[in-house]
Design a protein around this ligand. Structure first.
Ligand SMILES: [Zn+2]
Length: 276
């Protein structure tokens, strides 16, 4: 009798434990994931600090050679915020586009291209990934994207395509190199009014709920920071803020599921992603 009871109790406990794990997995799957990235940091120390102090898993895209970059990188580390190198890339000529120091161009020879990119990566040793600043011309070309992804892969980083042109090939080339990558869904502050920013933020939530994840990019404008300081403390319960790095890793696992490779010794090893 006692034996039977023990067996039943054990089975019930196991069932409860499995149900709890299953339910927690369901909750994780159902939470809509939102990656919020603040671009173009490095020119204003004050607004850079406001971006760093935003609550939660906000990712900071820092221009490698901007005047306040070294101080902001230190402050970001103190706030445990992820930093990515916001790599300037050549844009289709337009009067409003400023030519940033360290811009990668189509005319660069491979050695100069790689050295320029390496200098940007070395300027921010704590970076976990790379995104493109401008680049409407460069990201349409496979040659430079191949060189870029090769270096990103070698350093074990991820890539965020800011999607400054509809004809970008960056995501495709990143995937070919096994680089974890994500692409921007929404620009938060194309129009710099609270109403327009709110509408863009709501749009990113709708995409995240429908697809499971979304990437929204904002800039350190005062109106954007005012909105996010208020809004991020009031996120809906079904939306979870995640870093761009987390989302890119998960995206990489979705498009490139882990495979178990047979080893000559007969042992097996799990290959998580080609970039690791
Ligand atoms: Zn930018």
């Amino acid at each position: 009798m006692q034996k039977n009871c023990n067996r039943v109790c054990k089975a019930s406990r196991r069932l409860i434990r499995h149900t709890v794990i299953f339910l927690s997995l369901c909750t994780q799957v159902q939470a809509a994931e939102l990656a919020l990235v603040i671009d173009d940091l490095g020119y204003s120390h004050e607004r850079g600090l406001r971006a760093i102090e935003l609550p939660g898993a906000v990712t900071l895209a820092v221009l490698p050679f901007a005047p306040h970059t070294p101080r902001l990188v230190k402050a970001a580390a103190a706030h445990s915020k992820d930093i990515i190198v916001h790599q300037p890339m050549e844009a289709t000529p337009a009067p409003h586009v400023r030519f940033e120091q360290g811009t990668l161009t189509l005319a660069m020879r491979p050695r100069e291209f790689t050295a320029t990119f390496a200098a940007a990566l070395d300027a921010i040793p704590s970076r976990v990934g790379v995104s493109n600043h401008t680049g409407s011309l460069l990201t349409e070309h496979r040659g430079p994207m191949n060189r870029l992804m090769k270096e990103i892969d070698r350093r074990g980083l991820f890539f965020l395509d800011s999607r400054t042109t509809a004809d970008t090939v960056a995501m495709r080339v990143a995937t070919e190199h096994g680089v974890p990558a994500i692409t921007r869904d929404v620009f938060l502050d194309h129009v710099q009014t609270t109403e327009a920013i709110h509408a863009a933020f709501e749009k990113s939530l709708r995409i995240a709920r429908r697809r499971g994840h979304a990437v929204v990019i904002g800039h350190p404008h005062s109106v954007t920071l005012d909105y996010l300081e208020y809004r991020l403390k009031r996120l809906p319960a079904d939306v979870k803020l995640v870093t761009a790095a987390e989302l890119s890793q998960r995206n990489s696992l979705r498009t490139n599921p882990p495979t178990v490779l047979a080893q000559p010794s007969g042992l097996t090893s799990l290959r998580i992603s080609p970039g690791q």
